[in-house]
Ligand binder design. Sequence first.
Ligand code: SF4
Ligand code: SF4
Length: 484
Amino acid sequence: MTEKIPVKHIEPGTQDLEVYGNDSLQSGVTKSVALYSSRTKIYVKKIKGFFQGIRRVSLWMLMIMYFAVCWVSINGQQLVHFDLPARKFHLFGITFWPQDFVLLSLALIICAFGLFFITTLFGRVWCGYTCPQTAWTFIFMWIEEKVEGSRNQRMKLDKAASSFDKFRKKAVKHTLWVLVAFGTGLTFVGYFYPIRELVPDILTFNNLGGWTYFWIGFFTIATYLNAGWVREQVCLYMCPYARFQSVMFDPDTLIVSYDQKRGDPRGSRKRNTEHQKQGLGDCVDCGMCVQVCPTGIDIRDGLQYECIGCALCIDACDSIMEKMDYEPGLISYTTEMRLRGKVSHILRSKSVAYAAVLTVMIISFATLIYTRVPLQIDVIKDRGALFQMTGLGQIENSYELKIMNMSDQDHRFSIAVTGLEGIKITTNREVNVASGEILSLPTSVEADPTKMETSNYTIEFLVQAMGDTELSATSESRFLGTPE
Ligand code: SF4
Ligand code: SF4
């Protein structure tokens, strides 16, 4: 199915850089575009420049962090370990249990809000500089370039007839891709299964269990396909964030944009010619901005959802501007307001609101983490009998105490009760609770009816680790009886 739509069309050129422009590539050409077309392989040209430098550092750093963090341990405990069988997460020295679900949810909400806040201010910097899909595609492209050569060499190689050299290069590239993908899958599983046990077990073919092999295989295949084959298609067709982030954009959001007033009309020219006299703008129509684009778009067609904000086209165009002795910035990071000739504002109602909410959430999260005690108790009063009289004339109430030891160590805890003169526990007053254990403890409490003035008292249970007074928790309940 096709429809006739006007597009400013440019085929990605393959001409040598010494020739600036191509008269056959004019803007404003009307062309039929298939709404459903098969993928055209994108050969991304390598470019150096300011933004590419930042990008290279951020993407390599993230990759190194991903592969290294799971190997770091504190006091024998892996720094980041999602221990699913034990139902606890170790994150940077703190152990989270299912009871800490609120904290984990808050952390995820903070991450989401942080992303929205950054997107409102700086557009798609997440996509261009830090997204895992971008990072792994970047590494796979780097390998491809090292093995198969530059853009033109890769295009030539793909078009060439089968030969031993072609087979050798393809085999080396795919082997390296598979190795990186396998390392990625292994490391990913290493965040769930202690990596220092996982790697020796894999190397010695120890029986790790079917699921471990399945997930390593799954993430290996997913990485190999996503970063090696599917690439920009993930951003264009699979990533939900690419679709809904436009609602976070406003006229002050940073975008990558071509300065049409300055660049058009486009056309080739010789260096040092007075192009304005020829009626030309600053764009030499070289196609470099298209050749370096990892999603294969032409930014001169305006802002498109395919643009991941990586700024490779900025670096490419600036290098051409430099060669032509023109001012840089024909393609630049700018805002819609600036393009309209107006002043752009960083502080605006949306960004201030995001910043305020984010600040409140971060402070709340930090306070919760700082004041968090890895011990929790629940007291459930026995509903079978309100109270009973003992043979010695005392009033007895029964409870069930649930003591959750969420610390990393086993502890012996003392149990006490307060709230009424002479009230005391007549069952176990000391118990051992292992790390991660939830102990259910039937508990009886007695009080002298002569000391009671009403039939209903609020009492408080105190559970405290012996030898560690900081590790304590309290919980309230009711004590019922008949005063004498
Ligand atoms: S148009 Fe420019 S910024 Fe956008 S994805 Fe392509 S190269 Fe990156
Ligand atoms: S915008 Fe810059 S890189 Fe793109 S075709 Fe024009 S001169 Fe070349």
